[in-house]
Design a binder for this molecule. Structure first.
Ligand SMILES: [Zn+2]
Length: 258
């Protein structure tokens, strides 16, 4: 994250602004609604702190929080494996926006008295939209994580991730095409991000699950007699086979053997 500008450090977490964030200054809304736009990104930042501080309660640190024009990203040092923890961490972000909206609603009289009534109402609506949008089941957005957590306890983490990632990619394609047809380029970038991130995280989770399943095999003595190697003859079934002389130099291609 060296290319990002550090805004400060809050609750022990560095907050960065990505240079592309300045793109929002070129949005048509920036000319007329810049204070509102900046206030909204302040709420996005609080949303990310909702994730980060809830993760901390589960012993998970946050490397940093970075604001992009398409939203904020809290980089947790690891992802919770327990569905309950993932559920609460994912819900904490949108919950912050709902809390801000409720607070704005309760102080609307005060805001109107100082001439900020319209501003408060617009920010209130934006926070409700932020909460609702993030809760769409488009993994790895918050709603997608909620979906995976709910499914995870039922069909297992790997299959839940594959399912949530597939839903996430499908929604990203639909949302991306819709935004492209309407020439809204920031949402197209968001859709592309969701599409790619869904695939990347799915691959990481599946590799992690394979590694965990492999740990049981690790205990087996994989030493093979000279001239023999282990070959897999089925799912989790291994047997010793003689190494053909011609391909002996490729023997290291096989499973772990020492
Ligand atoms: Zn979030």
């Amino acid at each position: 994250m060296k290319t990002s500008w550090k805004l400060g450090r809050v609750a022990g977490i560095d907050v960065f602004l990505h240079p592309t964030f300045l793109l929002i200054l070129f949005l048509p809304a920036a000319a007329t609604h810049l204070p509102l736009l900046l206030a909204m990104f302040g709420c996005v930042l609080l949303h990310e702190f909702g994730h980060a501080l809830t993760a901390r309660r589960f012993g998970i640190d946050t490397a940093d929080i970075t604001l992009y024009p398409i939203g904020g990203v809290a980089r947790l040092t690891r992802m919770p494996r327990a569905p309950g923890a993932e559920l609460l961490i994912a819900l904490a972000g949108p919950a912050v926006n709902v809390a801000i909206a409720a607070w704005l609603y309760l102080t609307l009289g005060l805001a109107s008295a100082v001439g900020l009534g319209d501003f408060a109402v617009e920010l209130l609506v934006m926070n409700l939209v932020l909460a609702g949008f993030n809760l769409l089941p488009a993994f790895p957005m918050d709603g997608g994580r909620v979906l995976r957590a709910l499914l995870g306890g039922w069909i297992g983490r790997a299959r839940a991730t594959t399912f949530a990632a597939s839903v996430g990619r499908a929604l990203a394609v639909g949302f991306g095409i819709y935004s492209l047809l309407n020439l809204n380029l920031l949402p197209v970038a968001l859709a592309a991000f969701v599409y790619l991130a869904a695939g990347a995280e799915e691959a990481a989770v599946l590799a992690d699950e394979r590694r965990r399943n492999g740990l049981a095999e690790e205990a087996i003595d994989w030493s093979a007699p000279p001239g023999y190697r282990w070959i897999q003859t089925g799912r989790g079934v291994w047997r010793l086979a003689p190494i053909p002389v011609a391909s002996a130099s490729h023997a290291s291609w096989g499973p772990r053997w020492r």
